[in-house]
Design a binder for this molecule. Structure first.
Ligand SMILES: Nc1ncnc2c1ncn2[C@@H]1O[C@H](COP(=O)(O)OP(=O)(O)OP(=O)(O)O)[C@@H](O)[C@H]1O
Ligand SMILES: Cc1ncc(COP(=O)(O)O)c(N)n1
Length: 268
């Protein structure tokens, strides 16, 4: 009997649909993967920023994870917004019971500049969650926090990817160059080789949720059995198409278009 790939996201919500759990589930669905979710925080947010946050009680996060793991296959999972250390502790405890591929998006601050995790939880994220990751996907500010080094150019990006693996214990690191100028280039270090993923930069402000969408696409492709390099390569194409075909929604940084990849196929 054919088994459907099953992927889980553990993250916060975005009622405006561009980031967080909503972006992750849209991505899973688009890539024909069975999507599941554990909600860590309910976030009142939209394209202009974060208006309010309600954290789910720790026991409830644990129970959601137990509900999934006791009944469902989980071939891969990702974490996004995990707001504080108590949440991180319970997630680490539950993750130690699975051998699913783990994609860690070390979400710290929203595109709008609003903080999404407590300042004092950052060290725990770096020291306890990061070493569990199959791959961690920091943007530049997140990679700067993890390594303690400023990133000015692509050489610094590559050095950060290596350091996050060699010194901080992730199995692989994908450092994203979305916040640099020029082409949108990301570097993956897998413990052996630095791989480059390249796209031209689109002149758009619709970048709300790009990091969520990218990491969810990597998670989806890993659940389908693609090796890490291929999963990232395909996910880069997915997020690039989502940015290219994004729509001007909302008054701030608009969302990406999760069916952008379909528009690519129509154009070919
Ligand atoms: N304007 C753009 N045009 C093309 N690709 C982009 C653009 N901005 C970002 N990217 C790409 O989108 C992906 C997400 O990168 P980014 O560095 O923006 O992550 P992030 O900051 O975690 O995202 P988020 O906005 O969700 O916080 C990367 O592959 C990056 O290269
Ligand atoms: C629940 C949640 N998770 C992650 C992000 C980051 O996405 P972005 O940096 O694009 O705002 C977000 N805004 N909300």
């Amino acid at each position: 009997m054919k088994q459907i790939p099953c992927a889980l996201t553990i993250a916060g919500t975005d009622p405006s649909g561009g980031a967080g759990i909503q972006a992750d589930l849209k991505t899973f669905q688009e890539l024909a993967v069975y999507g599941m979710s554990v909600i860590t925080s309910v976030v009142a947010q939209n394209t202009t920023g974060v208006q309010n946050v309600h954290h789910i009680p720790i026991e409830m996060i644990k129970e959601q994870m137990q509900s999934v793991f006791s009944d469902m296959p989980v071939h891969s999972l990702k974490t996004g917004m995990i707001a504080n250390e108590s949440m991180m502790r319970v997630i680490v405890e539950q993750l130690s019971k699975t051998d699913a591929y783990y994609v860690m998006d070390p979400v710290m601050v929203a595109t709008s500049g609003d903080p999404l995790i407590a300042e004092e939880a950052r060290d725990f994220l770096k020291e306890q969650l990061l070493p569990l990751a199959t791959v961690v996907t920091p943007n530049i500010p997140e990679a700067e926090f993890i390594t303690g080094q400023k990133i000015h150019d692509i050489n610094d990006l590559k050095a950060a990817a290596s350091e996050i693996v060699e010194k901080h214990g992730a199995r692989a690191a994908l450092v994203k160059g979305g916040h640099l100028e020029g082409d949108a280039v990301d570097y993956l270090y897998d413990g052996n080789t630095i791989h480059t993923f390249h796209s031209k930069r689109f002149d758009t402000t619709s970048t709300h949720g790009t990091g969520c969408t990218y990491s969810a696409a990597i998670t989806a492709y890993l659940s389908k059995g693609f090796p890490l390099y291929e999963a990232v390569n395909k996910a880069k194409q997915f997020v690039t198409a989502a940015i290219k075909h994004s729509f001007p929604l909302g008054a701030g940084n608009g969302p990406t278009n999760h069916w952008g990849i379909r528009e690519e196929r129509v154009e070919q």
